[in-house]
Design a protein around this ligand. Structure first.
Ligand code: NAD
Length: 478
């Protein structure tokens, strides 16, 4: 497989390439093109021209073209899901599910394109009309990571294209092939040249060149908080809007009134999705003392049922980690926790010596001093701590600089009301684990990010407002 650039409607294979690996085997899967400065400048100029065309295209026509892309991607969902699984590691059904969910998001935005309403103000002076009008903010630079190679690009493309913006997308070089398939669908659907551009290469070179260019008016990034801070600071130099979807470290408060077996089953399913490499993954389990040991037992029993293997094989629940860095990082978290005094209940090591597999791992009685309690683990590792009072659990849940997602499990209405009100997070989920839908805004508080994707907020993120005040009656101008 080869992943070329896509600039001004042309697919470009560059002389410089980098290998792409299959995390299930460690074998080379193909190559990805690497853009140089000239490519980036061509891209910027294409995005400027594309913007002029796209912003003048009526919103319902934009929506129609986007809907056509949705139909194409939907028809190829299994094919794209298989590619996604090969380059990223998650099992094919999960990967295909990601593609379908991504299209649902895109379709919602395609419909929303026609609803970028402004408003008419009530004037303070007779004869004056005041309107607030919405316009696309301008060409967008979008940077997406390797954990959701379909969802993160399509969230950004959806909002930008619905609003009338052109976009330069730089997906992760570790998972480029899914992005290529998505862009092909938009090209086939009739998105005009320059409206959607795709580049790969040196992340720093690309983000620097794009963010510094006066052509780019908005930055959107999904990835680690560390990189997000660098890009946000750079965007601020040009006073550019930046949407940052960054790391999380989601608390799960499990109260002593839950049905332990079913709560643990739900939690396991969510925790090990994508081998835990999810920014909203439930990552810090605080369980009330009365059910602490029972809940861990039930959780471990469910965990032991998971089938680990190559995501291309049928019946596999959890694939490998996405790359070798992840494997080393997860190993480091587990070793540090055990050294700090945590009890290793199950898992704890690599699986085999080919590919990047790591056992689903449960750690109990993890002290606050263990790194896993304050750094995002981004892997199949679950730390547990017992708690006495709800307010004690809340204090721990809210203690970190992260505030993306948070989970609550209880049968009590008043506990649910109290915890969901007091938990500091962009998204609080009670008694289930579905964090977002196409109509709901997705994003974090504190260092988990700034700005939202999805829902009406996700369209607004690509719009600017202009107030127009006109004298429509009264004395003639003289
Ligand atoms: P990283 O921070 O180096 O890379 C994350 C993503 O940002 C990658 O897609 C990369 O291509 C991109 N990137 C890196 N530097 C960039 C730059 N200067 N300009 C533009 N894009 C840039 O980290 P990593 O080693 O891939 O992952 C490390 C940790 O980051 C993970 O363990 C996890 O905690 C976190 N992470 C979070 C998310 C998320 O969705 N929140 C996604 C990926 C990684």
């Amino acid at each position: 497989m080869q992943a070329p650039l896509f600039i001004a409607g042309q697919w470009i294979e560059t002389a410089q390439t980098a290998p792409v690996f299959n995390p299930a085997t460690g074998d080379t899967l193909g190559t990805v093109s690497r853009a140089d400065i000239d490519h980036l400048d061509q891209c910027l100029s294409a995005a400027r021209q594309g913007f002029e065309v796209w912003r003048r295209t009526p919103a319902h026509e934009r929506g129609q073209i986007m809907s056509k892309a949705c139909a194409i991607i939907r028809e190829r969902a299994t094919e794209i899901g298989t590619i996604l699984s090969q380059e990223q590691g998650k099992p094919v059904p999960e990967a295909t599910g990601e593609v379908r969910t991504s299209v649902d998001n895109l379709e919602w935005m395609a419909e929303e394109a026609s609803r970028a309403y402004g408003r008419v103000l009530v004037p303070r002076t007779p004869g004056i009309e005041q309107t607030v009008r919405k316009y696309p903010i301008g060409p967008v630079a979008a940077f997406t990571p390797w954990n959701f190679p379909a969802l993160t690009p399509l969230r950004k493309i959806g909002g930008a294209l619905a609003a009338g913006c052109s976009i330069v997308l730089k997906p992760s070089e570790e998972t480029p092939f899914t992005a290529v398939e998505l862009v092909k669908a938009f090209a086939e659907a009739g998105v005009p040249d320059g409206v959607l551009n795709l580049v790969f290469g040196d992340s720093r070179l690309i983000s620097g060149r794009l963010i510094d260019s006066p052509i780019i008016r908005k930055i959107t990034f999904t990835g680690s908080t560390a990189v997000g801070k660098i890009l946000q600071a750079r965007a601020a130099e040009g006073v550019k809007r930046a949407t940052m979807e960054l790391g999380g470290h989601a608390p799960v408060i499990v109260c002593d009134d839950v049905d332990v077996a079913s709560a643990a089953k739900l939690a396991v399913k969510s925790k090990f999705r994508n081998a835990g490499q999810v920014c909203t993954s439930p990552t810090r389990f605080f369980v009330q003392k009365g059910v602490y040991e029972d809940f861990i037992d039930a959780f471990v029993n469910e965990t032991k049922r998971l089938k680990i293997g190559n995501g291309q094989q049928e019946g596999v629940d959890m694939g490998p980690l996405a790359n070798e860095r992840q494997l080393k990082s997860v190993e480091g978290f587990v070793n540090d926790a055990v050294k700090s005094g945590a009890r290793l209940v199950t898992g704890g090591g690599r699986v085999g010596n080919r590919g990047y597999y790591f056992e689903p791992t449960v750690l109990a009685d993890v002290p606050d001093t263990a790194r896993i309690m304050f750094e995002e683990p981004f892997g199949p590792v679950v730390p547990f701590q017992p708690f006495d009072t709800l307010d004690g659990a809340l204090e721990k849940a809210n203690a970190l600089p992260f505030a993306l997602a948070g989970y609550v499990m209880t049968k009590s209405l008043s506990r649910s009301a109290h915890l969901s009100e007091e938990m500091v997070a962009g998204m609080v989920v009670v008694n289930h684990f579905t964090v977002s839908t196409p109509s709901s805004p997705f994003g974090g508080m504190k260092e988990s990010g700034d700005g939202l994707e999805g829902g009406i907020e996700g369209l607004d993120a690509y719009l600017v407002s202009k107030t127009v005040t006109s004298r429509i009656a009264g004395k003639d101008l003289d």
